[in-house]
Design a protein. Structure first.
Length: 307
């Protein structure tokens, strides 16, 4: 029968109080102010790409992606985040039923989880991996905030995306493409962009572009253009050539592959547009380090019925 959710079934907001405030009032105010600073420029979003750093770093940038969401049509929010700590060759689902946020708790979609499990393509993440990972959690307060008018009427589908080979990115893309066609589904793709400096073991610098931060800006924008063309192969080639440290490259690639399946099969048309770009700070000397953040929105138009 139906058992009450026990605490074992609830994933704690383990980064609240460090990566973002655990005060619901303060958090609500911060999220609202970042959303107020953004404008609706490419909407309604079918999917967004947004950063997952501490809110003092990437909260303002993420607001530009979340601003493109129309909550009235959304009933399920898929969140695809990269695995930072656990090595995963596949994608993994949570063992929890509920994800906590300081605003209100979000329930996992049991039905979709059952469908995904039945494919045999998903592992389960342990409680420890689930709570250590920040790439999904950092989106939950924003989801709770933009969806507050639909509170209790929507579910979430958290998916931890492993270090997938290209053929696996394509097969997960095909698997998720059927969910992308549903007008009630929204996809959140969790990624930061270039991680530059000694601590990230990445110091690509094209001096013809000027100071280091301008070279990073150019490098990131090359990648963003590849993503906007919705070409999975082009994005993979760009990563192969530059090794840019885009931590959500696998979730991004899964989305690009899903779009390709639909473009070729169904007459859906898609337009991806980056709406904001920021760097944690401007690198000028080789001893500096920075992380880049970029927010994008994907708008889809469904095939018009043939007359």
């Amino acid at each position: 029968g139906n058992k009450m959710a026990t605490n074992m079934d609830v994933r704690r907001a383990s980064h609240a109080g460090s990566w973002y405030t655990k005060s619901s009032k303060q958090l609500d105010g911060e999220l609202q102010s970042w959303l107020n600073e953004a404008s609706v420029v490419h909407a309604p979003a079918k999917a967004i790409i947004a950063p997952h750093a501490g809110y003092s770093y990437s909260g303002p940038c993420a607001g530009h992606a979340y601003k493109q969401i129309d909550p009235s049509r959304v009933r399920r929010v898929f969140i695809l985040g990269p695995s930072h700590h656990a090595y995963l060759p596949l994608c993994a689902l949570s063992l929890m039923t509920t994800y906590e946020t300081p605003l209100y708790n979000l329930d996992i979609d049991k039905e979709i989880y059952r469908e995904l499990e039945s494919t045999g393509q998903f592992e389960k993440m342990t409680h420890e991996v689930d709570e250590r990972e920040h790439s999904i959690e950092m989106h939950l307060p924003y989801i709770a905030k933009v969806m507050e008018s639909q509170k209790g009427k929507f579910t979430i589908v958290p998916v931890l995306v492993g270090a997938l080979r290209e053929d696996k990115e394509a097969s997960y893309g095909k698997l998720f493409s059927k969910y992308l066609t549903d007008p009630e589904n929204l996809f959140i793709i969790s990624s930061d962009f270039c991680h530059w400096g000694d601590r990230f073991r990445y110091k690509h610098y094209d001096k013809t572009k000027g100071p280091i931060h301008a070279s990073i800006h150019h490098l990131d924008h090359q990648g963003m253009k590849k993503i906007e063309t919705l070409n999975a192969k082009g994005f993979a080639e760009y990563l192969g050539e530059t090794n840019n440290t885009i931590c959500g490259r696998h979730p991004i690639a899964v989305l690009l592959h899903a779009i390709e399946v639909l473009k070729s099969a169904s007459g859906f048309s898609f337009q991806m547009k980056f709406v904001q770009y920021a760097q944690s700070n401007q690198c000028r000397s080789p001893s500096d380090s920075s992380v880049s953040y970029a927010s994008a929105s994907l708008v889809a138009s469904s095939p018009s019925p043939s007359s």
